[in-house]
Write a protein that binds this ligand. Structure first.
Ligand code: PLP
Length: 382
Protein backbone atom coordinates (compact mmCIF):
# COMPACT_ATOMS: atom_id res chain seq x y z
CA UNK A 1 0.00 0.00 0.00
CA UNK A 2 1.26 3.49 -0.85
CA UNK A 3 2.21 5.67 2.14
CA UNK A 4 -0.56 8.18 1.47
CA UNK A 5 -3.20 5.46 1.70
CA UNK A 6 -1.53 3.90 4.73
CA UNK A 7 -1.57 7.27 6.51
CA UNK A 8 -5.33 7.70 6.08
CA UNK A 9 -6.11 4.10 7.04
CA UNK A 10 -3.88 4.29 10.13
CA UNK A 11 -5.39 7.56 11.36
CA UNK A 12 -9.02 6.79 10.58
CA UNK A 13 -9.99 4.07 13.04
CA UNK A 14 -13.74 4.01 13.54
CA UNK A 15 -15.16 3.81 17.07
CA UNK A 16 -16.41 0.28 17.72
CA UNK A 17 -19.34 1.48 19.87
CA UNK A 18 -20.84 4.12 17.57
CA UNK A 19 -19.17 3.79 14.20
CA UNK A 20 -17.87 7.36 14.42
CA UNK A 21 -15.15 7.47 11.76
CA UNK A 22 -12.89 9.55 13.96
CA UNK A 23 -11.36 8.09 17.09
CA UNK A 24 -13.16 9.49 20.16
CA UNK A 25 -11.18 11.60 22.62
CA UNK A 26 -11.34 9.36 25.68
CA UNK A 27 -10.92 11.87 28.50
CA UNK A 28 -10.79 9.32 31.26
CA UNK A 29 -7.95 8.70 33.69
CA UNK A 30 -9.45 5.43 34.90
CA UNK A 31 -11.49 2.62 33.39
CA UNK A 32 -14.30 0.66 35.01
CA UNK A 33 -13.51 -3.03 35.41
CA UNK A 34 -16.58 -5.20 34.94
CA UNK A 35 -14.97 -8.41 36.16
CA UNK A 36 -13.45 -8.75 39.64
CA UNK A 37 -10.84 -11.26 38.46
CA UNK A 38 -10.09 -10.25 34.88
CA UNK A 39 -9.29 -6.62 34.06
CA UNK A 40 -9.79 -5.07 30.62
CA UNK A 41 -7.14 -3.74 28.24
CA UNK A 42 -7.18 -0.29 29.86
CA UNK A 43 -7.03 0.48 33.57
CA UNK A 44 -5.30 3.85 33.99
CA UNK A 45 -4.39 6.38 31.29
CA UNK A 46 -0.70 6.70 32.15
CA UNK A 47 -0.39 3.00 31.33
CA UNK A 48 -2.65 3.14 28.30
CA UNK A 49 -5.50 5.12 26.78
CA UNK A 50 -7.66 4.18 23.76
CA UNK A 51 -7.13 7.49 21.91
CA UNK A 52 -3.38 7.43 22.55
CA UNK A 53 -3.28 3.80 21.47
CA UNK A 54 -4.72 4.59 18.02
CA UNK A 55 -2.20 7.41 17.59
CA UNK A 56 0.67 5.17 18.81
CA UNK A 57 -0.29 2.47 16.33
CA UNK A 58 -0.50 5.09 13.57
CA UNK A 59 3.04 6.39 14.12
CA UNK A 60 4.37 2.82 14.29
CA UNK A 61 2.62 1.94 11.01
CA UNK A 62 4.05 4.99 9.26
CA UNK A 63 7.59 4.02 10.27
CA UNK A 64 6.92 0.46 9.09
CA UNK A 65 7.18 -0.98 12.60
CA UNK A 66 5.01 -2.75 15.14
CA UNK A 67 5.39 -0.71 18.34
CA UNK A 68 4.86 3.03 18.88
CA UNK A 69 4.92 5.15 22.04
CA UNK A 70 3.81 8.76 22.44
CA UNK A 71 5.12 11.32 24.89
CA UNK A 72 4.35 14.84 26.05
CA UNK A 73 7.27 16.28 24.00
CA UNK A 74 10.05 15.15 21.70
CA UNK A 75 12.51 15.53 24.57
CA UNK A 76 10.30 13.33 26.77
CA UNK A 77 10.47 10.64 24.05
CA UNK A 78 14.25 10.95 23.61
CA UNK A 79 14.94 11.07 27.38
CA UNK A 80 12.68 8.08 27.99
CA UNK A 81 14.46 6.02 25.32
CA UNK A 82 17.84 7.00 26.78
CA UNK A 83 16.60 5.94 30.23
CA UNK A 84 16.40 2.36 28.96
CA UNK A 85 20.21 2.37 29.35
CA UNK A 86 21.95 1.78 32.68
CA UNK A 87 24.77 3.07 34.81
CA UNK A 88 28.07 2.14 33.18
CA UNK A 89 26.69 2.12 29.63
CA UNK A 90 28.33 4.25 26.96
CA UNK A 91 26.66 5.79 23.90
CA UNK A 92 28.13 7.22 20.70
CA UNK A 93 26.13 10.28 19.73
CA UNK A 94 26.15 12.46 16.62
CA UNK A 95 28.17 15.60 17.30
CA UNK A 96 25.45 17.65 15.59
CA UNK A 97 22.63 16.36 17.75
CA UNK A 98 19.60 18.49 18.72
CA UNK A 99 20.44 20.90 21.59
CA UNK A 100 17.96 19.33 24.02
CA UNK A 101 19.47 15.89 23.43
CA UNK A 102 22.93 17.36 24.01
CA UNK A 103 21.68 18.85 27.30
CA UNK A 104 20.09 15.67 28.67
CA UNK A 105 23.27 13.70 27.91
CA UNK A 106 25.72 16.33 29.20
CA UNK A 107 23.86 17.54 32.28
CA UNK A 108 21.44 14.82 33.40
CA UNK A 109 22.26 11.27 32.24
CA UNK A 110 25.98 11.68 33.00
CA UNK A 111 24.99 12.20 36.67
CA UNK A 112 23.55 8.69 36.62
CA UNK A 113 26.61 7.14 34.99
CA UNK A 114 25.25 6.88 31.45
CA UNK A 115 28.28 8.05 29.50
CA UNK A 116 28.62 9.32 25.93
CA UNK A 117 31.08 10.48 23.27
CA UNK A 118 30.08 12.98 20.60
CA UNK A 119 31.39 11.92 17.18
CA UNK A 120 31.06 13.30 13.65
CA UNK A 121 29.08 10.37 12.24
CA UNK A 122 30.07 11.27 8.66
CA UNK A 123 33.57 10.05 9.67
CA UNK A 124 33.16 6.26 9.88
CA UNK A 125 36.73 5.71 11.11
CA UNK A 126 36.04 8.09 13.98
CA UNK A 127 32.89 6.10 14.81
CA UNK A 128 34.86 2.83 14.95
CA UNK A 129 37.58 4.47 17.05
CA UNK A 130 35.01 5.76 19.57
CA UNK A 131 33.61 2.30 20.37
CA UNK A 132 34.48 1.20 23.92
CA UNK A 133 33.94 -2.17 25.63
CA UNK A 134 30.84 -0.72 27.37
CA UNK A 135 29.38 1.02 24.29
CA UNK A 136 25.74 0.01 23.86
CA UNK A 137 24.33 2.21 21.08
CA UNK A 138 24.95 4.75 18.32
CA UNK A 139 22.59 7.74 18.20
CA UNK A 140 22.00 9.22 14.74
CA UNK A 141 20.23 12.43 13.69
CA UNK A 142 20.06 13.02 9.95
CA UNK A 143 19.93 15.49 8.31
CA UNK A 144 21.34 17.45 11.22
CA UNK A 145 20.21 20.81 12.49
CA UNK A 146 20.85 23.51 11.25
CA UNK A 147 23.43 22.79 8.52
CA UNK A 148 21.65 19.63 7.24
CA UNK A 149 24.69 17.38 7.23
CA UNK A 150 23.79 13.84 6.17
CA UNK A 151 24.75 10.68 8.05
CA UNK A 152 24.94 7.44 6.04
CA UNK A 153 22.38 5.40 7.99
CA UNK A 154 23.16 1.95 6.47
CA UNK A 155 26.92 2.50 7.01
CA UNK A 156 26.39 3.29 10.71
CA UNK A 157 23.98 0.36 11.05
CA UNK A 158 26.63 -1.96 9.53
CA UNK A 159 29.22 -0.87 12.10
CA UNK A 160 26.69 -1.21 14.91
CA UNK A 161 25.60 -4.70 13.87
CA UNK A 162 29.20 -5.87 13.54
CA UNK A 163 29.86 -4.71 17.12
CA UNK A 164 26.52 -5.76 18.59
CA UNK A 165 25.34 -2.20 19.25
CA UNK A 166 21.85 -0.75 18.99
CA UNK A 167 21.09 2.18 16.71
CA UNK A 168 18.70 5.00 17.51
CA UNK A 169 17.71 7.62 14.90
CA UNK A 170 16.03 10.98 15.36
CA UNK A 171 13.87 11.15 12.21
CA UNK A 172 12.21 14.50 12.99
CA UNK A 173 13.62 16.40 9.99
CA UNK A 174 12.52 13.87 7.36
CA UNK A 175 9.31 12.37 8.77
CA UNK A 176 8.48 8.75 7.93
CA UNK A 177 7.15 9.62 4.47
CA UNK A 178 10.59 10.81 3.35
CA UNK A 179 12.87 8.46 5.31
CA UNK A 180 12.28 5.13 7.06
CA UNK A 181 15.25 4.33 9.30
CA UNK A 182 13.72 1.04 10.56
CA UNK A 183 13.75 -0.28 6.98
CA UNK A 184 17.46 0.66 6.86
CA UNK A 185 18.17 -1.47 9.93
CA UNK A 186 17.83 1.10 12.73
CA UNK A 187 16.46 -0.35 15.99
CA UNK A 188 14.65 2.65 17.51
CA UNK A 189 13.30 5.79 15.81
CA UNK A 190 12.50 8.91 17.82
CA UNK A 191 10.60 12.03 16.77
CA UNK A 192 9.73 15.44 17.90
CA UNK A 193 6.13 14.97 16.74
CA UNK A 194 5.77 18.70 17.45
CA UNK A 195 7.26 19.29 13.99
CA UNK A 196 6.20 17.60 10.72
CA UNK A 197 4.11 14.79 12.25
CA UNK A 198 1.67 17.18 13.96
CA UNK A 199 2.43 19.75 11.27
CA UNK A 200 0.42 22.76 12.46
CA UNK A 201 2.59 24.31 15.21
CA UNK A 202 -0.25 23.67 17.64
CA UNK A 203 1.01 20.96 20.02
CA UNK A 204 4.25 19.63 21.49
CA UNK A 205 4.60 15.85 21.30
CA UNK A 206 7.16 13.08 20.95
CA UNK A 207 7.31 9.53 19.63
CA UNK A 208 9.48 6.43 19.96
CA UNK A 209 9.08 3.52 17.54
CA UNK A 210 10.61 0.07 17.26
CA UNK A 211 9.95 -3.21 15.49
CA UNK A 212 11.68 -5.26 18.19
CA UNK A 213 9.45 -6.77 20.91
CA UNK A 214 12.17 -6.85 23.57
CA UNK A 215 13.09 -3.19 22.98
CA UNK A 216 9.39 -2.30 22.91
CA UNK A 217 8.95 -3.89 26.34
CA UNK A 218 11.88 -1.90 27.72
CA UNK A 219 10.56 1.34 26.19
CA UNK A 220 7.02 0.70 27.48
CA UNK A 221 8.33 -0.02 30.97
CA UNK A 222 10.07 3.39 31.08
CA UNK A 223 7.11 5.17 29.46
CA UNK A 224 4.83 3.87 32.19
CA UNK A 225 7.40 4.28 34.97
CA UNK A 226 8.39 7.87 34.12
CA UNK A 227 4.91 8.83 32.91
CA UNK A 228 5.77 11.56 30.38
CA UNK A 229 2.90 10.38 28.16
CA UNK A 230 1.01 12.39 25.56
CA UNK A 231 -2.30 13.88 26.72
CA UNK A 232 -5.45 12.57 25.11
CA UNK A 233 -6.55 15.78 23.36
CA UNK A 234 -3.05 16.23 21.96
CA UNK A 235 -3.02 12.60 20.80
CA UNK A 236 -6.21 13.37 18.86
CA UNK A 237 -4.72 16.56 17.38
CA UNK A 238 -1.64 14.56 16.38
CA UNK A 239 -3.85 12.01 14.60
CA UNK A 240 -5.66 14.84 12.82
CA UNK A 241 -2.35 16.44 11.83
CA UNK A 242 -0.84 13.21 10.51
CA UNK A 243 -3.72 12.71 8.06
CA UNK A 244 -2.20 15.34 5.76
CA UNK A 245 1.46 14.38 6.35
CA UNK A 246 1.93 12.88 2.87
CA UNK A 247 0.52 15.83 0.96
CA UNK A 248 2.23 18.37 3.25
CA UNK A 249 5.66 16.76 2.85
CA UNK A 250 5.24 16.64 -0.92
CA UNK A 251 4.35 20.32 -1.16
CA UNK A 252 6.91 21.52 1.40
CA UNK A 253 9.82 19.42 0.12
CA UNK A 254 9.30 20.37 -3.51
CA UNK A 255 9.09 24.03 -2.42
CA UNK A 256 12.34 23.60 -0.44
CA UNK A 257 14.15 22.28 -3.51
CA UNK A 258 12.85 25.14 -5.64
CA UNK A 259 13.84 27.75 -3.04
CA UNK A 260 17.27 26.18 -2.39
CA UNK A 261 18.00 26.05 -6.13
CA UNK A 262 17.00 29.70 -6.46
CA UNK A 263 18.96 30.81 -3.36
CA UNK A 264 22.13 29.19 -4.74
CA UNK A 265 22.04 31.68 -7.62
CA UNK A 266 21.61 34.82 -5.52
CA UNK A 267 24.69 37.05 -5.15
CA UNK A 268 23.81 37.91 -1.52
CA UNK A 269 23.85 34.22 -0.53
CA UNK A 270 27.28 32.76 0.22
CA UNK A 271 26.20 29.19 1.03
CA UNK A 272 23.06 27.04 0.82
CA UNK A 273 22.79 23.92 2.99
CA UNK A 274 20.23 21.50 1.58
CA UNK A 275 20.81 17.78 0.96
CA UNK A 276 18.51 17.89 -2.09
CA UNK A 277 21.05 20.02 -4.00
CA UNK A 278 23.60 18.24 -6.18
CA UNK A 279 26.26 20.60 -4.80
CA UNK A 280 25.68 19.25 -1.28
CA UNK A 281 28.33 16.78 0.00
CA UNK A 282 25.55 14.56 1.37
CA UNK A 283 23.51 14.52 -1.86
CA UNK A 284 24.34 10.97 -2.99
CA UNK A 285 23.80 9.43 0.45
CA UNK A 286 20.56 11.35 0.90
CA UNK A 287 19.34 10.11 -2.48
CA UNK A 288 20.00 6.50 -1.47
CA UNK A 289 18.31 6.60 1.92
CA UNK A 290 15.56 9.22 1.61
CA UNK A 291 12.90 10.23 -0.92
CA UNK A 292 14.31 13.74 -1.33
CA UNK A 293 16.13 16.52 0.53
CA UNK A 294 13.27 17.32 2.91
CA UNK A 295 11.60 20.62 3.67
CA UNK A 296 14.21 22.42 5.77
CA UNK A 297 17.20 24.33 4.40
CA UNK A 298 19.62 26.89 5.68
CA UNK A 299 21.50 29.66 3.91
CA UNK A 300 24.17 32.18 4.73
CA UNK A 301 23.81 35.84 3.88
CA UNK A 302 27.33 36.79 4.99
CA UNK A 303 26.84 38.54 8.31
CA UNK A 304 24.57 39.03 11.31
CA UNK A 305 23.54 42.45 9.98
CA UNK A 306 22.47 40.92 6.67
CA UNK A 307 20.60 38.11 8.46
CA UNK A 308 18.76 40.78 10.47
CA UNK A 309 17.76 42.58 7.25
CA UNK A 310 16.31 39.35 5.81
CA UNK A 311 14.52 38.38 9.04
CA UNK A 312 13.04 41.85 9.53
CA UNK A 313 11.87 42.27 5.94
CA UNK A 314 10.39 38.93 4.91
CA UNK A 315 6.60 39.09 5.20
CA UNK A 316 5.44 35.50 4.67
CA UNK A 317 7.48 33.24 7.00
CA UNK A 318 7.04 33.47 10.74
CA UNK A 319 10.27 34.53 12.42
CA UNK A 320 10.42 31.98 15.22
CA UNK A 321 12.00 28.82 16.56
CA UNK A 322 10.70 25.38 15.56
CA UNK A 323 9.94 23.93 12.14
CA UNK A 324 7.64 21.55 10.34
CA UNK A 325 4.46 23.63 10.31
CA UNK A 326 2.10 24.40 7.42
CA UNK A 327 3.40 27.96 7.70
CA UNK A 328 6.98 28.66 6.66
CA UNK A 329 9.28 29.42 9.58
CA UNK A 330 12.45 31.48 9.35
CA UNK A 331 14.82 31.21 12.26
CA UNK A 332 18.23 32.51 13.23
CA UNK A 333 20.12 29.57 14.79
CA UNK A 334 22.97 31.63 16.33
CA UNK A 335 20.47 33.40 18.63
CA UNK A 336 17.72 30.77 18.74
CA UNK A 337 18.26 26.99 18.61
CA UNK A 338 22.04 27.21 19.08
CA UNK A 339 22.33 30.22 21.39
CA UNK A 340 23.82 28.02 24.11
CA UNK A 341 26.97 27.41 22.03
CA UNK A 342 29.68 30.10 22.21
CA UNK A 343 31.00 31.68 18.99
CA UNK A 344 33.88 29.18 18.68
CA UNK A 345 31.57 26.16 19.16
CA UNK A 346 29.11 27.63 16.67
CA UNK A 347 31.89 28.11 14.12
CA UNK A 348 33.00 24.47 14.55
CA UNK A 349 29.43 23.33 13.80
CA UNK A 350 29.16 25.52 10.68
CA UNK A 351 26.79 27.94 12.42
CA UNK A 352 28.11 31.16 10.93
CA UNK A 353 26.81 34.65 11.89
CA UNK A 354 24.92 35.00 8.59
CA UNK A 355 23.11 31.65 8.81
CA UNK A 356 19.31 31.55 8.56
CA UNK A 357 17.20 28.39 8.66
CA UNK A 358 14.08 28.10 6.55
CA UNK A 359 11.39 25.50 7.19
CA UNK A 360 9.15 25.44 4.12
CA UNK A 361 5.44 25.47 4.74
CA UNK A 362 2.75 24.76 2.19
CA UNK A 363 2.45 28.27 0.75
CA UNK A 364 3.08 28.80 -2.96
CA UNK A 365 6.85 28.53 -3.48
CA UNK A 366 6.89 31.41 -5.97
CA UNK A 367 5.37 33.69 -3.34
CA UNK A 368 8.07 32.57 -0.88
CA UNK A 369 10.80 33.23 -3.46
CA UNK A 370 9.37 36.68 -4.28
CA UNK A 371 9.32 37.49 -0.56
CA UNK A 372 12.93 36.35 -0.04
CA UNK A 373 13.94 38.24 -3.19
CA UNK A 374 12.65 41.60 -1.99
CA UNK A 375 14.29 41.04 1.43
CA UNK A 376 17.66 40.02 -0.07
CA UNK A 377 17.54 43.09 -2.33
CA UNK A 378 17.70 45.29 0.80
CA UNK A 379 21.15 43.95 1.70
CA UNK A 380 23.70 46.68 0.84
CA UNK A 381 26.22 45.69 -1.83
CA UNK A 382 29.54 44.61 -0.31
C1 PLP B 1 12.42 19.93 18.19
C2 PLP B 1 13.33 18.76 18.12
C3 PLP B 1 13.50 17.89 19.22
C4 PLP B 1 12.83 18.13 20.55
O1 PLP B 1 11.46 18.02 20.48
P1 PLP B 1 10.43 18.81 21.44
O2 PLP B 1 9.11 18.40 20.93
O3 PLP B 1 10.74 20.28 21.27
O4 PLP B 1 10.71 18.38 22.84
C5 PLP B 1 14.32 16.80 19.05
N1 PLP B 1 14.96 16.56 17.89
C6 PLP B 1 14.85 17.40 16.83
C7 PLP B 1 15.59 17.08 15.58
C8 PLP B 1 14.03 18.52 16.91
O5 PLP B 1 13.93 19.34 15.86
Amino acid sequence: MHDWTKIIKATTVADKETGAVNTPIQLSSTFNQSDFDHFGEFDYSRSGNPTRKVAEEAVATLEGAKYGFLYSTGMAAISSVLLTFSQGDHLIVSKFVYGGTFRILEQVLNRFGIDHTFVDLTDLDAVRAAIQPNTKAIYIETPSNPVLSVTDIPAIVAIAKEKGLLTIADNTFMSPVLQKPISLGVDIVVHSATKFLAGHSDIVAGAAITDNKELADRIYFIQNAVGATLGVTDAWLLLRGIKTLGIRMQQSSSAALKIATWLEQQPQVTRVCFPGLKSNPGYEIQKRQAVNGGAVLSFDVGSEDNARIVAENTKIPEFSVSLGGVESILSYPPKMSHAELDAAEQAKSGITPGLLRFSCGIEDPDDLIADLKQALALIPEA
